[in-house]
Write a protein that binds this ligand. Sequence first.
Ligand code: SF4
Length: 325
Amino acid sequence: MLDTAPIRTDWTREEAEAIYNQPFMDLLFEAHSVHRSHYDPNQVQMSKLLSIKTGGCAEDCAYCSQSARNGATLSAAKLIEVEKVLSEARRAKEAGATRYCMGAAWRSPKDRDMPALEAMIHGVKELGMETCMTLGMLDDNQVFRLRDAGLDYYNHNIDTSERYYKEIITTRTFADRIETLNRVRESGMKVCAGGIVGMGEQQLDRIDMLLALATLEEHPDSVPVNMLIPIENTPLANVDKLDPIEFVRTIALARILMPKSHVRLSAGRTEMSDELQAMCFFAGANSIFVGDTLLTADNPEEDKDMGLFGRLGITAMEAGCDGSH
Ligand code: SF4
């Protein structure tokens, strides 16, 4: 059954809290019903993520091993060669990925990096894949250059609620993030924006994070929901683990508030059982990262994902097809 109800961007916190806190079976039923009315529930979009510039980042995100301010820093590397990016993209395409996401550990890109970034976008698009980049904050000129090079998606996560944000990052504000997201959307590129849970936040922070995304002028096209992978020596190394049921509730709320967005089950899948991942797909997740590494963290190997998909009867969405009805 198709859902022709208008997409809402006026959700209230009371509504979101009531959805999140309803009995779990009712929440799953509602989320799955919304999911089915907008998407084929047996199709999942597959993206591949490559770190094109690793480590030495000037930002202080408390969860991140790439921050030069965190004890767990990875040594800083240069922007990698365009040809290397393209050969990795070819391999990802052969393995079934339809979108290629390129991430750089920067506060924002420098103008001298733009020609190489543009060449990466051209090259990946020529392979017939969708392109996505995550490069930090962008000014107007950078947004237009990336768009004109053919970039399909720009990722910029809000990470958490506005209230909890200052516990996680102090080098840029929540408002800075929203500003970049608005610039990207106004340019016509698609927006990918989500966050991380399990960072010691309260339940209300998870709700408010999704509410912030669901009340943007337009919902992000992709909403990655990451489960924190605690990294040794970072400020969040010893944070308490999030109850997996809370994680599924978060996925379900994302699906209900943003029914047409791709909700991506992102970092943290290595720590999840097959059953938990299956429950997340039922609750409305319909996108994953494939490949055995994310930017720097571990991810399930492709064979394992394909094995799980086979057991669940899930197939991959085609490139350029958003899987929606
Ligand atoms: S999350 Fe991104 S911006 Fe933050 S420290 Fe890591 S690489 Fe830098």
